[in-house]
Design a protein around this ligand. Structure first.
Ligand code: BG6
Length: 522
């Protein structure tokens, strides 16, 4: 195996780049302030930004919830959570200084009176900086009412005012096309699109952002990124987790298609197939992503049966630990037909990708946590060489492996390129070799968490890594017929079952056009 040499990533000049920080003072208000996301991701991310001196001079963080806390008791509990979930250890005094800025506000999400109290409280401009970020980390049915209350109580400034307010909306944005359209309509009646930040946390991952730099900062790959050279593209997002911490209640209503494929996987597909944007301004990038989504072929019920595989995990073991069947998980109905795995073959009807299968799969309780994208190139027009392939003790001469470019999004972050080299011997036989770029070998420290980058961008007003209304709608346009086909043709389109700790149902292997091709489990 070959490796590229380190090209001075830690060169001292690199640190002279201007520091990225939030310049304007602000108040961050989190609805769902006592929830899981706030504890595990949002507060640790804000703390990391503060510790790296990226937060402005003056800022406050107000957690809103229904439970009884005082500012003091809330701070104390959140301090423990930050210690538990922070990415890296830091000095005690930095943590103390951050926690001092956290406050608590008690209120019901659907109670107008609470919002006027909040308005009154935030009007103390000496204590609460005027610019506001409202983070909606709530159940999706509250996205619209909370936004409406914020608007009606005067907590949102007009887009033309000097002070600004921005509203961050968590996923899922709608549960089908119709609900997404209606939610967009309602939200955009209350807010300007420039005030709305729809989160897809995959876009905040460092390695996901690297897809665009890799493609458009280099010249050697782009000329072959098209249907003349690419055989197919695979995107995998597998997880070992199941329905821990009562997640079943949400997940059973969603399923893998809505939970992962409609958003995270289609976003990854967009980045790896989009045309170069005219610049890095948020609309330039988002325009290109929308074009990809608009060129995704809308599947018919027959396409869904032929080109998609849905499945649910049975009882079994993951990493030597016994796990129950999905239907026996906490808060999941015993007769549920919700899919915990989905694999799909899509086509992009555009000039560049016409005819190239785009294979996407995601699932819970699989063999490994892995998010990766593999671009598999076509084989040479004529097979001059052979390669040795061994299974157990039996070796055979077979066709050579095609070239493959893999983006390892997580874990083991990096990019690798597979190519054939001659095996030293008297025979003219080739074997598969690899060029491998690894983040952990090339950069020091841990990679920033997706939420750090995304919160930073909201606070600085950069919407590039957030999904625009037309993107969300275009993604639902593809997923809606799938949901409909599964529901209306339930007897005709099978729900497969798979053993936990595996790579999913065998039926997914049949999505490849040729038997020799396989899912890349790396
Ligand atoms: C979330 C899904 O958006 O992404 C979860 O709702 C999933 O079901 C999670 O587990 C995976 O995120 P990550 O960053 O761990 O790959």
């Amino acid at each position: 195996m070959s490796r590229i040499i380190n090209v001075q990533h830690d060169h001292p000049e690199a640190s002279r780049l201007p520091e990225v920080r939030v310049e304007e003072d602000l108040t961050v208000v989190i609805f769902g302030g006592t929830g899981d996301l706030t504890r595990r991701k949002l507060l640790p991310a804000l703390y990391a930004l503060a510790e790296e001196r990226r937060m402005p001079e003056r800022f406050r963080v107000v957690g809103c919830g229904r439970r009884d806390y005082t500012d003091e008791s809330f701070r104390e509990e959140m301090r423990e959570e930050i210690l538990r979930f922070r990415r890296e250890e830091g000095p005690e005094d930095a943590l103390d200084a951050f926690v001092e800025r956290i406050e608590y506000f008690k209120g019901e999400l659907d109670d107008a009176e609470g919002y006027s109290r909040l308005h009154q409280r935030l009007s103390d401009a000496d204590h609460y900086p005027a610019n506001r970020v409202f983070y909606l980390s709530t159940a999706p049915n509250f996205f619209e009412p909370v936004t409406r209350h914020l608007k009606e109580s005067g907590l949102i400034y007009a887009a033309s005012d000097e002070a600004w307010s921005r509203v961050v909306i968590e996923k899922p944005f709608g549960h089908d096309l119709e609900s997404a359209l209606s939610l967009n309509r309602e939200i955009l009646r209350l807010l300007d699109e420039s005030q709305v930040y729809r989160i897809d946390h995959y876009l905040g991952k460092e390695t996901v952002q690297n897809i665009l730099s890799f493609r458009f900062a280099n010249t050697i790959f782009e000329p072959v990124f098209n249907n003349r050279f690419v055989d197919h593209i695979q995107v995998t997002a597998s997880e070992t987790v199941g329905m821990e911490s009562g997640r079943g209640a949400y997940f059973d209503q969603a399923g893998s298609l809505r939970d992962m494929m409609q958003n995270h996987l289609t976003q990854l597909l967009c980045l790896v197939t989009m045309e170069p944007p005219s610049g890095l301004a948020s609309d330039a990038v988002r325009n290109e992503k929308v074009k990809v989504l608009q060129s995704l072929r809308v599947p018919t019920a027959e396409d869904v049966r032929k080109n998609m595989v849905r499945a649910q995990y049975a009882a079994g073991q993951v990493k030597n630990k016994k796990v129950p069947a999905y239907v026996d998980e906490d808060r999941v109905p015993g007769d549920s037909r919700t899919e915990t795995y989905v694999a799909a073959k899509f086509y992009l009807d555009n000039w560049r990708w016409s005819g190239v299968p785009m294979l996407l799969r995601t699932g819970k309780r699989m063999a490994k946590k892995q998010t990766s994208i593999t671009v598999q190139f076509k084989k040479p027009p004529m097979q001059l060489f052979r390669t040795v392939q061994c299974e157990n003790d039996i070796c055979d001469l077979t066709e050579t492996q095609p070239n493959m470019l893999t983006f390892r999004i997580q874990p083991d972050e990096g990019i690798s390129l597979h190519f054939a080299t001659k095996r030293p011997s008297m025979h003219m036989v080739v074997e598969d070799s690899e060029l491998d770029f690894r983040y952990d070998e090339n950069y020091q420290g841990t990679l920033p968490e997706a939420y750090e980058r995304l919160l930073m961008d909201v606070m600085r007003g950069d919407a590039t890594l957030f999904t625009r209304s037309d993107e969300v709608e275009a993604a639902w346009r593809i997923m809606d017929p799938v949901l409909r086909a599964w529901k209306e043709r339930d007897d005709y389109i099978p729900l497969h079952f798979y053993a936990p700790g595996t790579w999913g149902p065998l039926a997914a292997d049949e999505l490849f056009d040729r038997e020799v091709d396989q899912w890349r489990n790396e």
